[in-house]
Ligand binder design. Structure first.
Ligand code: ATP
Length: 694
């Protein structure tokens, strides 16, 4: 078997962080941020770490703090439904050789981290943080082990890693499924002995918007929706496993088949989202005479590097394609979390293949762990900030009641929604819920030894291969096929993976001069899409794959549209920034000692809302705190502060909504940070509402 093993830790140094050694000058958030429930070792940071007045230059400062006061997310059965974890990796030798500094300071026993962008510019974030010395075992024990027993009780759990290339996503994710399957197998032999539970493993990747089976020669898969709006992956091979060694082999095989490439930061960079699923199944009567049906599922997703989605400068067609898809899927993921947590009627699962696949992991009884991986090096600062901001936004989006999630439970019956046994015909009237015996979760008895103490024999033949989904072509059911060399291979991205005409793309390149035209087109095209979207119902489109293949024909047009929209949006944002900056400068000049602070804030807000809201419109979140310093604000000490929300959404419009009089913690950033902020927002913009039909 052709294996490509990633090399871990071999080029990492123990270099002490220069930043960590310097006195930490972080800012004052401690008073306003609620306590964090997290690792037992964690404690809140203490001390007053306000910015010293001398660090502020006189006059108005616009200051952005990515708001993160909502640390505690939804709680259910003692486990948070959505958990966010940040993991910092150590500096590697390459970075050390380039004399890059470690700019991430994590105070011991705290759930706060500071990114030292420059000596004067710092950004504070509040999360459950894992420092560079935390092992993969600890990540597992803390974040994944607690949810393993839940999948015996119908929970669908998802664990995914997010972050730029080389930040440690694969390093973090790779060991987790093995450990989880070890624990699942133990449970089937121990707590749930003789109850007929079976473990199945499948492994596939989403690359360029298409699905490929990593355990079946990178066979192309397609997704379909059944009459009950269940998405299934047709042809995905599932293997029944009964020992850890077999799981290990499958994981290694899948990893070696995955699409990777080389980036400056990572020699083996993942270019796809890899999804490894562990499904616990059981027949209705707990015997093996009847077909096993899905009980619960644990999905591990190693996302492609996030910076690829933001990369609009690369002219390489394939990279742009990857970037567009990654961008789309990360945004779609965030949008789904937002929609689930607010009371939006429509959950945009169809925004990307990734969210379609994950649909049943977000509805009903589900748990999600997001691990945001960050690199410590100064050279990665911008990407690190982007990763943390994404986490912030996901976190603030998921802080609500999550009512949608539970409403959707009724839509999501407990049959396997992502895989469908070959033998089963659709639609199937009997839901598993009807004939499933309820198995109580035994969280308290989940205390087995954490070491692998046994290796089960005959690993190789200890797997039953079960094709799932309706048949498409011939399945070979012989286990020996599993040992065939994969067709795709690491760099074996087939020509068919991207099939769009090259010329169209070139022709459609926008010219900077006709932005008006672009914007007009944008409006009307989007209006049209909205209309179509509102007329369409979920059930109107039974065959997602057919729809997608239609849209793939227009891939160039879609990419072009994306580019036009992003350009138009950036122009809008730049324009707004100019206006806001101008107004603020005027205000600063007009500020006279003796003006009451509220007047000042009201005036500022009035101008902002008039000027900015007129230009930009609509939704999506990030918060800006603008602070200002003036001699007369004695009641507040040297600084006054309020914040406003910037709502930004598709299609590329935003609306500034000032919140008058809200005093909050703040930090000092230079005025030009607004540009950085806006650029990073720009990078999170969706390719376009492309999804013809979403
Ligand atoms: N916490 C860590 N401790 C030690 N080494 C690490 C850690 N995290 C990552 N590494 C090492 O950093 C390198 C890059 O990590 P990895 O391949 O996991 O990045 P990635 O985020 O998956 O990148 P890509 O998106 O390009 O696939 C690897 O050599 C890995 O061994």
């Amino acid at each position: 078997m052709h294996h490509h093993h990633r090399q871990y830790s071999d080029h990492f140094t123990d270099s002490p962080s220069k930043w960590l050694q310097s006195p930490c000058l972080s800012h004052s958030q401690s008073s306003t941020v609620p306590p964090i429930a997290s690792r037992s070792s964690s404690m809140r940071r203490n001390g007053d770490d306000r910015v010293s007045p001398s660090e502020l230059s006189p006059g108005l400062k616009i200051c952005f703090v990515f708001r993160s006061p909502y640390i505690s997310l939804l709680s259910f059965n003692n486990y948070q439904i959505f958990r966010i974890q940040v993991r910092k990796r150590p500096l590697n030798k390459k970075e050390f050789a380039k004399k890059e500094e470690d700019i991430i300071a994590i105070e011991p026993h705290s759930n706060a981290l500071t990114v030292h962008e420059t000596k004067l510019q710092r950004h504070n974030f509040f999360y459950a943080v894992l420092n560079e010395d935390v092992s993969n075992d600890e990540v597992y024990f803390e974040k994944v082990e607690p949810i393993v027993p839940l999948i015996f009780n119908r929970t669908k759990a998802t664990c995914f890693a997010y972050g730029q290339t080389g930040s440690g996503k694969t390093y973090t994710m790779q060991p987790l499924p093995l450990k989880a399957s070890q624990d699942i197998l133990r449970l089937t032999l121990d707590t749930y002995r003789n109850q007929g539970f079976q473990l199945f493993v499948s492994f596939f990747e989403i690359y360029g918007g298409k699905l490929f089976d990593l355990l079946n020669d990178r066979k192309k898969l397609c997704m379909r929706e059944d009459g009950k709006q269940q998405v299934c992956i047709v042809g995905l091979q599932e293997y029944r496993v009964s020992n850890v060694e077999t799981v290990r082999e499958f994981i290694e095989k899948g990893n070696s088949t995955r699409s990777t490439g080389t980036t400056g930061a990572n020699e083996e960079s993942s270019r796809s989202h890899a999804i490894l699923q562990l499904c616990v199944k059981r027949s209705a009567d707990g015997t093996e005479t009847k077909p096993a049906r899905l009980v619960g599922k644990l999905s591990f997703i190693d996302l492609a590097g996030s910076e690829r989605g933001a990369d609009t400068t690369d002219n390489d067609k394939q990279t742009r394609m990857e970037g567009a898809e990654i961008n789309k899927s990360l945004l779609a993921l965030k949008e789904c979390i937002r929609a689930l947590d607010s009371d939006q009627g429509h959950i945009p699962f169809r925004g990307s293949k990734l969210t379609e696949v994950l649909r049943d992991s977000f509805v009903g009884d589900s748990r999600t762990v997001m691990i945001s991986c960050i690199s410590p090096s100064s050279g990665s600062c911008e990407h690190t900030l982007n990763t943390l901001r994404y986490a912030d936004r996901v976190k603030s989006l998921s802080k609500g009641g999550g009512s949608k999630r539970h409403q959707l439970t009724s839509l999501s019956n407990l049959r396997d929604s992502t895989t469908m046994p070959l033998s089963s015909s659709l639609p199937n009237d009997t839901t598993f819920e009807d004939d499933m015996t309820y198995v109580p979760t035994e969280q308290s008895s989940f205390g087995w030894s954490k070491q692998i103490t046994e290796r089960e024999p005959s690993a190789k033949m200890n797997a039953d291969r079960i094709p799932s989904g309706r048949a498409e072509g011939n399945f070979s059911t012989s286990v020996s096929n599993y040992y065939k060399a994969p067709i795709g291979g690491r760099n074996g991205i087939g020509k068919d993976d991207f099939d769009y005409p090259e010329q169209t793309y070139e022709q459609a390149k926008p010219s900077r001069g006709n932005s008006k035209k672009v914007e007009t087109y944008q409006q009307s095209a989007l209006e049209e899409k909205r209309k179509i979207g509102s007329q369409m119902k979920w059930t109107d489109i039974p065959d997602i794959e057919a729809m997608n293949s239609h849209s793939e024909d227009d891939l160039n047009a879609v990419l072009q549209e994306e580019e036009d929209l992003v350009t138009a949006h950036r122009r809008q944002v730049e324009h707004t920034i100019d206006i806001v900056r101008e107004e603020m400068n005027l205000l600063v000049q007009a500020d006279q000692p003796g003006n009451p602070i509220d007047d000042y804030i009201c005036k500022l807000n009035a101008i902002l809302s008039q000027k900015a809201a007129g230009i930009l419109q609509l939704q999506a979140h990030c918060s800006i705190y603008y602070t200002f310093k003036a001699a007369n604000f004695h009641d507040l000490g040297p600084f006054g502060c309020c914040f406003m929300d910037i709502f930004i959404t598709f299609p590329f419009s935003c609306h500034l909504q000032p919140k008058v009089g809200q005093m909050a913690h703040f930090s000092l950033l230079a005025l030009q940070d607004i540009n950085i902020l806006m650029n990073s927002i720009g990078s999170y913009l969706p390719p376009s509402p492309t999804a013809k039909g979403s």
